[in-house]
Write a protein that binds this ligand. Structure first.
Ligand SMILES: [Zn+2]
Length: 243
């Protein structure tokens, strides 16, 4: 980030208002990581930026380096994920993926894998897909991107593979002998599902099927894992999801 003018392919993951007519957007970009930028006049209806520079937008942006924030001076839309806007049931999922990505990324360095993951996740919600499974796959892959993937092969303490529980504190499976106060039993079905979601490319999640009990179990497991291991606390938007 040296020159006064620079361009980047970005996804808008958060917005807030600034003054009378401007908007500050948080972008996750393929090339420059995560940062905030100002969209001048974005809240005026006649503005060129008004139509495009908003959450759930994928585009190529040109920036002028300002004193506080980079200022968006050009914008070419690549794709708008309108299904999040058009379908009130889908809207919280789009926000959840954005919030998780935002909280996961300190913004200090670019992570093209994270960018691609969010891009793929937002796209897939536009098709016929099990929403809960897509969220779980997204969470597990995001953890993997950050080097925090839960250890799901054997006991994280002693390495044995007997009667596993899941321990957020230990960052994965623990056997009955090594389990502590935070450990919860994990069924074979939920464990197989979690392993499968980690290995399966995101776009193939639509081919997977799982029962409501397994999905519920896995949702609890990833929530406790994130809350403890990544110190993310409670994600506001996760509470808006139906499951
Ligand atoms: Zn053990």
């Amino acid at each position: 980030m040296g020159e006064r003018i620079f361009t980047a392919e970005g996804l808008i993951i958060r917005t807030r208002i600034l003054g009378e007519a401007d908007r500050i957007v948080t972008l996750l970009t393929r090339e420059e990581g995560k940062f905030e930028a100002v969209a001048r006049g974005a809240r005026k209806t006649k503005s060129k930026l008004a139509a495009g520079v908003d959450i759930f937008t994928h585009g190529r942006f040109t920036f002028h380096r300002g004193r506080t924030w980079p200022i968006i001076t050009g914008f070419d839309s690549i794709e708008r994920f309108n299904w999040f806007r058009d379908d009130p049931d889908l809207y919280p999922y789009g926000l959840y993926l954005a919030e998780l990505t935002d909280r996961f990324n300190s913004g200090e360095e670019s992570c093209p894998e994270l960018f691609q993951l969010l891009l793929d996740g937002w796209k897939l919600f536009g098709g016929n897909i099990d929403r809960a499974l897509l969220c779980r796959a997204f969470e597990l892959k995001m953890a993997n991107c950050g080097g925090y993937s839960p250890q799901l092969q054997c006991c994280t303490v002693c390495g044995c593979d007997k009667s596993p529980s899941f321990s957020p504190r230990q960052g994965g499976l623990v056997c009955s002998g090594c389990s502590g106060a935070d450990s919860v039993k994990i069924t074979a079905g939920a464990l197989a599902l979690a392993r499968h979601l980690i290995e399966t490319p995101l776009e193939q999640v639509s081919k997977l099927r799982a029962g409501p009990e397994q999905k519920k179990e896995l949702a609890g497991l990833t929530a406790s894992f994130f809350a403890y291991h990544l110190e993310l606390g409670e994600l506001k938007t996760r509470r808006l999801l139906p499951e």
